[in-house]
Design a protein around this ligand. Structure first.
Ligand code: FAD
Length: 383
């Protein structure tokens, strides 16, 4: 790419980063004024959409002028195009998005928007919308699957397990996460990680924690009923096990789900590598799935389980469950990062971390300082 074109895209990126939310809000306003029917496809509250949209455009403006990363960008955009079918986005809508983007970029650049700038930006946005549209039109699999809730139970006041059955088995790998829409919050999608591997019976299980003020998680934990129909889009994520290296798993809260799915899958194999899972919650009585981990470990000698809790005792609102001590599971008090680092050296292990963004960041940093190569640490995107 010529240096002036590179400079144009870099300058544009700096400008939109000055006020990301305003940029996204303006593009959506332009889209809805070109095609008012498009508004129907989106939820009433658009904060998530605006944020996600900005990150995509920012990524495009970062990678297009760069020397490498173009193949990954094309695959990223293609995946995005296939994913967007779940919103009901049609091929013609990409033309609307293109027009809205170009007119907002022209406004953002003001006096810098000359013929050369227009040509550079136009090409980058034609690539973006063209790849998304093409991938959506040629996608080999349906945009959506549905499943019916067959069981839901509360574990604590903010944690629930939901089990569903699909008509046709979903396509995902153990350890991946799915985009989910529940009937209580139409048009709003959130990522959830199945806690069991895919299976021919179409069974699905999710562990959901209601976050404070959470749009979807509170609705699931508080309002989900047997018979509800949930919608799912494609599986994402790359958590996986390499067979020739010992495994360290670190699960915080419902972050256990994808690691549990991997452990269940590993328990079907004869050659699973030695695996140590640290499973942590704030209170010991919240370690709701410890009995399942202990059961897997009892028939799979390659698995070691350590329970971790920040507090030594439970508050009054947690009704007694099996404790680590009653299950005969090692119990450490402290944060997950402390417990892991104090338990040994892990520099020859592959490491999988799942849980809150804060826990992932802290634990990852502590492991790297302790000598684990960053390239051997896997986790889902931190959002
Ligand atoms: C790859 C991936 C897999 C996930 N798997 C699961 C899973 O299996 N089970 C599960 O319960 N959740 C899981 N999540 C989190 C889930 O996708 C939602 O982010 C979470 O349920 C909150 O959504 P909400 O609509 O209730 O909250 P929102 O309405 O989006 O947010 C409300 C408030 O909560 C805060 N918030 C949002 N997410 C979190 C969070 N994770 N922790 C603390 N505060 C938060 C926001 O900053 C905001 O202040 C996963 C997330 C990712 C990225």
């Amino acid at each position: 790419m010529a240096s002036h074109s590179r400079h144009t895209l870099q300058h544009l990126r700096t400008l939109i980063n000055g006020d990301p939310d305003r940029f996204s809000a303006n593009v959506y306003t332009r889209m809805f004024s070109i095609d008012p029917d498009l508004r129907e496809l989106f939820p009433a509250v658009m904060a998530h959409q605006r944020d996600a949209f900005f990150r995509v455009i920012d990524h495009v403006l970062e990678v297009v002028p760069a020397e490498s990363g173009h193949a990954e960008l094309i695959e990223f955009l293609a995946q995005l195009g296939r994913d967007h079918r779940k919103y009901g986005v049609l091929p013609e809508h990409y033309g609307v998005m293109y027009q809205a983007l170009i007119s907002e970029f022209a406004a953002v650049m003001g006096d810098y928007w000359d013929d050369e700038a227009a040509q550079t930006v136009t090409q980058a946005m034609m690539l973006t919308t063209g790849v998304m549209r093409g991938a959506a039109e040629t996608a080999p699999h349906p945009a959506l699957w549905s499943a019916e809730v067959v069981e839901k139970y509360r574990i604590t006041r903010d944690l629930a397990v939901v089990r569903l059955i699909t008509d046709s088995p979903l396509r995902f790998a153990p350890g991946q996460y799915l985009e989910v829409q529940v009937p209580q919050r139409p048009k709003v999608w959130r990522d959830l990680s199945p806690a069991i591997p895919p299976n021919p019976a179409g069974e699905l299980e999710f562990h959901v924690r209601a976050v404070q003020g959470g749009t979807v998680s509170s609705a699931i934990v508080g309002e989900t009923r047997v018979g509800d129909v949930w919608y799912f889009a494609q599986g994402h994520g790359t958590l996986h096990i390499e067979p020739d290296r010992p495994v360290l798993m670190i699960a915080g809260g419902t972050g256990l789900a994808p690691l549990r799915a991997l452990l269940i899958e590993m328990s079907k194999r004869a050659d699973s590598p030695a695996t140590h899972i640290f499973y942590g919650m704030r209170h010991p009585g919240e370690l709701y799935d410890l009995a399942v981990l202990r059961r897997i470990a009892s028939t799979n000698p390659w698995l070691t389980v350590t329970a971790v809790s920040e507090e030594t005792t439970d508050p009054w609102w947690i009704t007694a469950m099996a404790t680590p001590e009653s299950l005969g599971v090692e119990h450490r008090i402290g944060t997950l990062a402390d417990a892991v680092i104090e338990s040994g050296t892990w520099d020859d292990h592959q490491v999988l971390i799942a849980g809150s963004p804060k826990m992932i960041e802290t634990t990852r940093r502590r492991l790297v300082i302790a000598g684990v190569r960053a390239s051997r640490i896997q986790h889902d995107p931190v959002v």
